[in-house]
Design a protein around this ligand. Structure first.
Ligand SMILES: [Zn+2]
Length: 318
């Protein structure tokens, strides 16, 4: 999603429905001394982006949303030690009640030193920034705003399976990020709000990185201002790592202040940065929340930059 934030997060009283049973797929693996760290496969990540868009717009309540959830759960299930779905229902103001599901995929479950990486997997039901008024009630396909972050997370999962990390890693896919009304920050991030208030047992990471709109061909990641205030050490870790790896697309200067899924986690006491390129494709941000947010506006290279950064951070944590 996401939008420029001025308002405070509103408190939402969401019905707490217990998570579905835990599905144990693989025993935890210990990292072998001298084991190589994974190398992020940009092309594979891009194929995951395209795959999601082929379901169509994944707005909550749609068949594509349901089918994509099944795909994500199965794909994560191939790689993670454990995949825990967290399902709940939510009545969208002035719209309809929808079923939302967050997914938590954990690696190295015995480790107490943990970090998490998250992204939202839902897409916006309304292209309300589209230049054509007739599109304002149509759902977006969300190649960048939705599929890009998830694509990176799926490829991370594949790498973490092959090259188990020394630290514990939780990959989280949030639902219901983009159901909000502009100007009302608390109406966004419904899945992340629910997750933060109903933390699954054992979810206790030291810090987190949320990725959103990270697939833009013209990648420009700046220091998001809420992250700068709430999680400055993690922000510095990200930018120093990007500099060390000489990654393109990172601009070490103040960016916008964004309301996104990192805020509920920060509220819950877990320092979390939002990695976001809110210039899609440039300062005009003209593809955001429009019918033009399609795979051709994204690139494997951009996914590769973010994926490489995240793998480096994961494998250099002790
Ligand atoms: Zn959005």
């Amino acid at each position: 999603m996401t939008h420029l934030a001025l308002s405070f997060l509103l408190s939402f009283a969401l019905a707490g429905i217990p998570a579905s049973p835990v599905f144990l797929h693989h025993p935890s693996q210990q990292r072998q001394p001298g084991a190589r760290q994974g190398k992020f496969d940009s092309a594979k990540a891009y194929s995951y982006l395209v795959k999601q868009t082929q379901f169509g717009p994944r707005d909550p309540g749609s068949t594509a949303h349901e089918r994509c959830l099944k795909f994500l759960r199965e794909e994560l299930g191939k790689y993670a030690d454990v995949v825990v779905p967290q399902a709940f229902s939510y009545a969208v103001p002035k719209w309809k009640r929808v079923q939302l599901t967050n997914l938590l995929a954990s690696f190295n479950t015995r480790a107490t030193n943990r970090l998490f990486i998250s992204a939202h997997w839902d897409t916006r039901p309304w292209a309300d920034q589209d230049p054509e008024k007739k599109n304002w009630t149509k759902p977006i396909v969300g190649a960048n705003d939705g599929a890009s972050g998830v694509a990176i997370i799926l490829e991370l999962a594949r790498q973490l399976r092959q090259f188990p990390p020394a630290v514990g890693v939780d990959l989280v896919l949030f639902d219901g990020e983009d159901l909000g009304t502009s100007g009302f920050g608390g109406s966004f991030s419904i899945g992340a709000q629910h997750f933060a208030k109903n933390r699954p047992p054992g979810f206790n990471p030291r810090f987190g990185i949320n990725i959103d709109m990270v697939g833009d061909r013209n990648l420009e990641i700046e220091r998001e201002q809420n992250s700068e205030r709430l999680a400055p050490e993690i922000q510095n870790l990200i930018f120093s790592t990007a500099r060390r790896l000489m990654l393109p697309g990172f601009i070490d200067s103040p960016g916008n202040e964004i309301t996104d899924d990192h805020l509920p986690l920060n509220d819950a006491g877990i320092p979390t940065v939002d990695l976001i390129d809110f210039k899609y494709p440039d300062g005009s941000n003209k593809y955001w929340h429009t019918m033009a947010d399609t795979p051709d506006k994204c690139s494997a290279e951009s996914l590769g930059v973010i994926g490489t950064l995240l793998l480096e951070i994961i494998y250099t944590q002790q």
